[in-house]
Ligand binder design. Structure first.
Ligand code: NAD
Length: 357
């Protein structure tokens, strides 16, 4: 069993902990939190040992009726792999903590690429992370773009990617984020930083990105134009993407005309937290003009990086190859819609073991 510690138990951390707990070859040693808020109580109910991320605050947990198993240093010492899910910038500050205990660590996309030896996307460069001590799982947007670029590049060759990223202003719980009533070019300067981030996965890729922020919390939506190196048909591209386990090609006729309905679809199907781990590509948007491919995809920012964290753990510990790890993660989480809407109910397999069971 790979013993995994999670430092930072917010949007990403709680999902990583649940995904790790669902793996037959992994266990959650514990989670570290700064404060005994509602998420701390949920973590305890789910059976995760609680560690104080800031040692001086440990008594606050006791006051709130939460038993603390120790402080974060003890969690790091005990874990085979730490997954840092703290806010952007804190992960880099925590790096020396992990190295001081020789504990391999995974960082998230809010950190700069220099935080780790490897920037990671399971579909694109799993082997680069084999045996690495530090890995950065790239951001939600970069993960979404990489999952598309990898098969397109392998099948047709990619001459140039141009992507406009319409980004949610904040996650549903981030009540300090915005805009509330505006449409912001963000950043105003072009190209945006997203293209260079994709190049941490595909160093030779020609890619330009433009970003906007809008008053939404549900998902990001990408408008893509990819110039391929060979002539293709829309039907061929569609078939290619339907063969990708972490790409859901939205079938026509389901009425899934936006991020709101996609999220409803996920909630209705019983997905945990309404998560959509897959890129959601609108099938009817896939269009080809010569060598130019166009499409729209929606990316659920809170969850698309979760299976990638699980695979990064296996890559670092060299406990499975890419194909095996991706298949196991998909199977245990219920990922892989393959264009069949009825397959969505497979997500009911996702079971988080609670303290009771
Ligand atoms: P979050 O704010 O929801 O959660 C971070 C948690 O870490 C909070 O519970 C916070 O209290 C806690 N924390 C703060 N300081 C800490 C410390 N010193 N030690 C331990 N815990 C601490 O943030 P998030 O959205 O989960 O983001 C985490 C990382 O994941 C960031 O790098 C972010 O860029 C990246 N990421 C976020 C998203 C997203 O859409 N939310 C998507 C992909 C990647």
């Amino acid at each position: 069993m790979i013993r995994v510690g999670v430092n930072g138990y917010g949007t990403i951390g709680k999902r990583v902990a649940d995904a790790v707990a669902a793996q037959p070859d992994m266990e959650v040693v514990g989670v570290a939190k700064t404060q005994p808020n509602f998420e701390a109580h949920t973590a305890v109910e789910r059976g995760y040992s609680m560690y104080a991320a800031i040692p001086e605050r440990a008594p606050l947990f006791g006051d709130a009726g939460i038993d603390v198993a120790g402080v974060v240093d003890e969690l790091v010492a005990d874990a085979d792999v730490m997954v840092d899910c703290t806010p952007s910038g804190i992960g880099a500050e925590n790096r020396s903590l992990y190295t001081s205990y020789d504990t391999p660590a995974i960082f998230q996309g809010g950190e700069g690429s220099e935080v780790a030896q490897v920037s990671f996307n399971a579909r694109s460069n799993y082997d680069d992370a084999r045996g690495a001590d530090t890995v950065r799982v790239v951001s939600c947007n970069t993960t979404g773009l990489s999952r598309l670029v990898a098969p397109l590049d392998e099948e047709y060759g990619v001459e140039k990617v141009r992507a406009t990223l319409v980004r949610r202003g904040g996650d549903p719980s981030q009540n300090s984020r915005g805009p509330i009533n505006d449409i912001l070019p963000d950043p105003i300067s072009i190209p945006s930083h997203h293209g260079p981030d994709v190049k941490t996965i595909f160093p030779d890729l020609a890619i330009d990105t433009m970003g906007l922020k809008v008053p939404a919390t549900l998902m990001h939506v990408h408008a893509l134009n990819v110039t391929l190196e060979s002539d293709v048909t829309a039907a061929h591209v569609r078939q290619l993407l339907e063969g990708e386990s972490r790409v859901y090609v939205i079938p026509e006729g389901l009425g899934l005309d936006g991020a709101g309905k996609l999220k409803d679809f996920a909630l209705d199907a019983g997905r945990p937290r309404g998560d959509l781990w897959e890129n959601c590509v609108w099938g009817e948007s896939i269009a080809v003009e010569g060598r130019d491919l166009y499409l729209f995809q929606a990316i659920h920012q809170e969850s698309d990086v979760i299976p990638e964290n699980v695979d990064a753990i296996r890559a670092m510990t060299e406990s499975a190859d890419a194909e095996e790890s991706i298949a196991r993660t998909n199977e245990t989480l219920g990922i892989g819609l393959a264009g069949d809407p009825t397959g969505f109910n497979d997500s009911e397999r996702v079971g988080v073991e609670t303290a009771d069971d």
